[in-house]
Design a protein around this ligand. Sequence first.
Ligand code: PLP
Length: 397
Amino acid sequence: MAKSTGRHFLQVPGPSPVPERVLRAMAMPVIDHRGPEFARLGEEVLRGCQSVFRTAQPVIIYPASGTGAWEAAIVNTLSPGDRVLMVETGHFATLWRQMAVKWGIDVDFIAGDWRHAADPAAIEDKLRRDAGHAIRAVMVVHNETSTGAISPIAEIRAALDRAGHPALLMVDTISSLGSADYRHDEWRVDVAVSCSQKGLMLPPGLSFVAVSQRALTASRSGRLPRSYWGWDDMLKANAGGYFPYTPSTNLLFGLREALAMLDEEGLETVFARHARLATATRAAVRAWGLEILCQEADHRSPVLTAVVMPDGHDADRFRKIVLDLFDMSLGTGLGKLAGKVFRIGHLGAINELTLMGTLAGVEMGLAAAGVPHRSGGIVAAMEALCPETSSRLHASA
Ligand code: PLP
């Protein structure tokens, strides 16, 4: 089958498709990053980011991928030998932990099976046992993009409070920001890390750190070396709308447009759309008779669904068939999930019909790849999205 016409379906859980409005906004001449036009742009996007993080505190924008923001969180707040508590929700939690270890941090890693969200009770238990308050930070991935489990950050905040523990709370919102409810100030998160290529509907290349006053205070006594990632110089320059070095000007034009789009739709509507599309995706997976990787119904992600391949079938072979036949990219299994799961991204600039095309590609791909499944996923998704479909189908049967 030819795949030269129509558009590619980029259904990995980030990078997500970039809306044409954002692409057009970036197709501009580069401006002087020390001139007055840039200062207006800088001030506007920094303010817009605060509203997406739901914070009145500073947000820092780096020309970097999300991994850079992970590093910024660590090197600005911690000192060599500091103890932190992390939770093994999946591949990304594991990578963040590896980075912390490389920085000489002593990580207590609560073991997990990559099928569950972080458990607030387990965190509370660890904190209660830490009577001397040696743990400097609790570091959690909000939406674990490798597994499709979303962790309850408000409950984790409450666990810290109940334990009466002063540890900083640091959260990776890389694949949740702009797609799932996240409230930086209300949940009293100290450092939230994010990036451009997921819910913010931008190309990769920008990352974000939202910081609390406590995190800023910790940064003054933290002894890890930092230069490029240092918050002090950045915040000084940001006060005038500028950066201490050359920013990604055109990505910031795109960011301004993406923030406007989120604002026009309204964050609550954006989150409801993601939740609705995730429900429909899960209905399709269940109808196919396949297994959803995340075992907790309450913690299944609105951003992506990881689907377990039946024994004896390789997820990457299936993904290749879908790409070859239908020009659609699905997410690969990461780390120990390689070959065992594929991930359907349903985030960012996506609506009902984009999702239906995606699910049709998956269902046709399952058939083409000879993966055992039942048909009917598409109908189940249609019924989830539009209950009238259900009554009409049954009336005509
Ligand atoms: N954390 C999470 C939850 C992610 O999903 C990713 C990337 O997908 C990262 C961190 C790393 O971000 P980046 O690849 O932009 O460096």
